[in-house]
Design a protein around this ligand. Sequence first.
Ligand code: NAP
Ligand code: FE
Length: 367
Amino acid sequence: MLNISFFLPTEILHGSEVIRRYRDRLKEFGRKALLVTGRHSARLSGALEDVVAALDHCGIGYQVFDQVENNPSLANVAAGAKVARQLEPDFIIGIGGGSPLDAAKAIAVLAVNKFSPERLYDGGYPHPPLPVVAVPTTAGTGSEVTQYSVLTLTDKQTKAAFGDRSIFPRLAFLDYRYTESLELEPTRNTAVDALSHLIEAFLSRRAGDFSDMLVESGLRLWGRALDDLKSAAFSTGMRDSLLSASTLGGMAIAHTGTTVVHALGYPLTFFHGIPHGKVNGLLLAEYLRYNQQHAKSRVARVLKILNLKDIGEFKELMQQLLPCELKLAPEQINEYGIAASRTKNANHSLGEVSSEICIEILSKSLG
Ligand code: NAP
Ligand code: FE
């Protein structure tokens, strides 16, 4: 395993009431902000109120773009960019789950680069994106510490990530209290996205000592929350552990990327509306099984940290946390499997992930 480089330019401020305690830090980003959120969760979680109080305290003007959809499309971020170009903010604050955080990154590029959103995927932007401050309200994507933004490509009928060093958030405020308004199902779904990032980073051909260290710590924190996730009793400690696990997962995939699990998940979200984290969880056991031939000891290590005896028990756990009725038809399995095998994510997996392997993972998971 190689460690080629480690780059993580996001400052993380973590803890209860962290925005109020560090509100003066916002002054360094300028005098005017665009707040990018979904329709409800920024308000519901209390995060928007805290951000607005901090901005008022600092004398920073702001406007809210609260139209981010789940799994935002290119058109959705273009609409946000239009608002940004009119406002001419100095920086962007993304508040919400992965969808608003990813939209905030795209809007930060498009606010100062007058090109179509498709061009986001080429990188090398003529003008440096506006700085992004990230306030996650889910504990799952780790988007607050990644250089990725995942958008829905309606024409291509799937989702795809673009990545560029210039879109790493500059600052992330992590306060588990904002995740307390999440109900049981999204709490579990997003928690499993974090688990998926940790496992995929560990079972990636780009894994190295630094990403392994993040994964091992993240898995231990995730394991600590497992009893609560199963019983649906949400303690403060569980919320805080999951948020940290999610950020560690994000730090890991910022270096390794994700694998065929995410690649297979994107069409399942696009065509069947299954939430992102949930779909990963439904595929993870079979990804572990596939990796038995490439990294047996790593698979065993994942199970050991999670205190699970074998892959069968892992699969039962996922089925318990993520009940799902979906059964795919053979032609759907073929179509999604072939598409996934052609993605960059698939190449990050261990071994040579052919379309046959993608089809096998999908059919054993949802066939
Ligand atoms: P999400 O799509 O951001 O949000 C899902 C739902 O949860 C929305 O309805 C949202 O409401 C609601 N919600 C969020 N926080 C809440 C809270 N505290 N209380 C109550 N409801 C809340 O979900 P996500 O799983 O966090 O993000 C998924 C997206 O992130 C996908 O597009 C995925 O591909 C992407 N992703 C990105 C990365 C990366 O590195 N950039 C990594 C993995 C995944 P509102 O609509 O009102 O906000
Ligand atoms: Fe993910």
